[in-house]
Design a protein around this ligand. Sequence first.
Ligand SMILES: Cc1ncc(COP(=O)(O)O)c(C=O)c1O
Ligand SMILES: [Zn+2]
Length: 435
Amino acid sequence: MDRPLVAGWQCVVCGASVDIAQPFTWRCPNATETDRRHAMQLVQGVAPLLSTGEPNPFLAFRRYLAWDGFVAAHGLTPASRHAMVAELDTLVASVAGTGFVTTPFERADSLSEALGFGADGGVWVKDETHNVAGSHKARHLFTILLHLRAAEQLGLARWATRPPLAIASCGNAALAAATLAAAVSWPIRVFVPVGANPAVVARLHSLDAHVVECPRLPADPPGDPCVHRFREAVAQGAVPFSVQGPENAWCLDGGRTIGWEIALQAGEQISDEVSRRPLDRLFVQVGGGAFAASVAAGYRMSGATPSLHAVQTEACAPLLRAWDRSSSLGGAGQAAAHWSECMWPWEHVGNSAADGILDDETYDWLPVLGAMAESHGSPVVVSEAHVLQANDLGCRTTGIDASHTGTAGLAGLLAVRDEVRADERVAVIFSGIRR
Ligand SMILES: Cc1ncc(COP(=O)(O)O)c(C=O)c1O
Ligand SMILES: [Zn+2]
């Protein structure tokens, strides 16, 4: 029963395969300094999705993690794999004030009523605001850190001094990364835009992160200058401690824990003999796309697939453009062959209160597109009015103090409420505590 499930990685763009035993397989072997248009996907066996019942999802679902397959391939016993997760979690808790625990998932009764849902339907909210560093982001990064620690312990890391971690972010991902790095005293460089939120920058400093401000340089190609500086650091040996699949596919491993949690929580709370799927729809706010890709990949392992709606704002909506483009190029099944025709940086990124999802490229667009097509979902682009209304209504009715980014999934539901029946069961994820 404790056999790990994951055998390796395969790139859906070029077909390259990587065995799970190989360390530091952050990117597709065919990705280059200038071309990251590759998408590694896990190759894994099929098994019923079961939790051990432990509160920590990395323990409860350990055997489904690629990380577990990696260390098992190097001969570590289930007991020592369990201990490694528990030890790292204790270190994280000493900095973050909490370790990883299964987060709440409940029907939001007054929100459901306010939106006109009936007793059979409604809105269920997964509350990630009290997770490590105040959002779901640390879930993605924890499997990268587990990988690094295991590689050191197994003698696979040949460095005399630890290479720094690197991340391009000025929000929840940066805070999560700096928190995890501080837990193991690993040096980290955080590449932030000019004018980053001073409260976030102050917290990064207090976690001993090296913060690098990144103005656009005259010679910069299109795209986010923080990402350019991040890639330069990685080219010089830094570890991509990134929540973007093309930069570090291992972030897609731990991100699935939230999908596993929701699938089991929904299954326990909602029984439906007729459709055999507890949830009808899932609205997920999308920036770089790793979050929605991971939620969908995790949830799918339960055997059910609610329709996935990826939510972006009018200020920056490259995913809808890719969805439309790909449908005229053979659909989601052919999209991997048409990357450059479907996904490129959004030319004029506007402003939005949901500033955490203004990534000019949806880096993980391929798995998000695939999950939407497979589940008969669709992208939803919301107005700023819906972003503001969702935050006001969502926080007021649930008492959860989430940021506008964190409630942007609900804005997607508001935008298409007329198309949703009153007996449908819809889930959203509130992530990112208001700062
Ligand atoms: C609270 C919150 N929700 C969702 C997202 C979107 O995640 P992703 O960039 O992986 O699509 C972010 C990213 O910054 C976030 O901070
Ligand atoms: Zn590839």
